[in-house]
Design a protein around this ligand. Sequence first.
Ligand code: NAD
Length: 437
Amino acid sequence: MKIGIFGTGYVGLVTAAGFAEVGHEVICVDNNPALVQQLKDGQIPIHEPGLAESLKKSTESGNISFTTHPIIAIDFASVLFITVGTPAQADGSANLSYMNDVANTIGTVITGHKTIVVKSTVPVGTSRRIADIINLAITSRNTDATICVVSNPEFLKEGEALSDFRKPDRIIVGSTDANSIAVIKKLYESFSRNHEKIVLMTQESAELTKYASNAMLATRISFMNELSKISEKLGADIEDVRRGIGSDRRIGPDFLYAGAGFGGSCFPKDLAAISTMAKDAGVETPIIDAVQLINIQQKEILIRKASSYLGDLSGLTCAVWGLAFKPNTDDTRESPALQLVYSLMNSGAYVRAYDPIVKQIKNDGGHSKLTICANRLDAILGADVLFLATEWNEFKNVDFKHMGRVMKQKVIVDGRNLWNPVLCRSFGFKYIGIGRS
Ligand code: NAD
């Protein structure tokens, strides 16, 4: 089938790669000319395992191309995906201006019949409003073009995005239009070979399902962070508790890790959006509000723990391992690690940071206190404390003996409970974890 995709960010590129791999032809549109040029030159601007290889193969075979001209994709495709950003606004609501721009563009040039698929995460009712915007533009042009808008939210996890797209747990499709449902089923046929993955519902239910899913996952994390405080006070170990409850099949093991809080481009903004959406509809959201509040507090926990042991951090050298909001991605949006770095610098500490993929971060204050190091050992040279902020694989096995020799003070704040406290202590380290004594 012929597909057009608006927005070549994380979701757009992964969607393009995933569909092209199974033989669909894809034209990607982005209104950022520099980004499109980069993609045309074969440079993939984001780090996502397997993505560069997949896109290279499909661009070489002619299954994917990139353009800044919407009309090229609109004329070419029978199905148009919208995968532009929906960032949070100051009041927590989703900014739909990028969505609206794409809808206007489609309505202005569309001919014939197209299925429009909203893949971005959008507030309930948006898919219908997108249809209204496009239809208004069509009517004002006096053409006989027709559209049907389907909601098809995306559930990929950054760091595993392409494998999630290739093997989805489910494909949520919000539509009651039989023709559009048939088009979407055909499009996703290759992903449902083992068993039917499509879960059909209305547009409103599909839109809410996306928010509900992220809210549920975030709730598990904040719940564990709350439990970690109880564990610390009562002498339990949150890691034992996690294994204990995660092995209950009714609960399951995922998203039960206590740590420095959740970040990324989705959870924080989607929680803010669902809470705003609910309140606008007259529904209070005490659980979702608590999840957000716990997370805001949790993002300060590492610096608080370090200060309560080391005292004033001003003038100390703090090593930070990990900057991305989670492993296997270069995404630092809302990353707890970045918040830690900025808080440390604001406290007067010198920061030596290392991440396997992230090699620069925004340094608005132009702080001379920040050094981005080339490797993990360089970062801990002369450090008074090491913060483990992101659990990249290369941090799992480390030489504590050597680390103890090159650090000034042997203090570890393990923000992801990655290391064995007994082992760390056996090398003379002061070990401070989350929810474990
Ligand atoms: P992103 O910011 O990485 O990419 C968005 C892209 O859209 C940018 O390249 C931007 O230039 C482009 N764009 C903006 N306006 C445009 C226009 N008028 N025409 C063409 N291109 C335009 O965003 P993302 O992380 O891919 O997220 C996209 C959506 O998917 C969001 O709603 C997000 O919540 C949702 N989502 C994201 C993830 C994730 O892990 N990143 C997972 C599931 C869902």
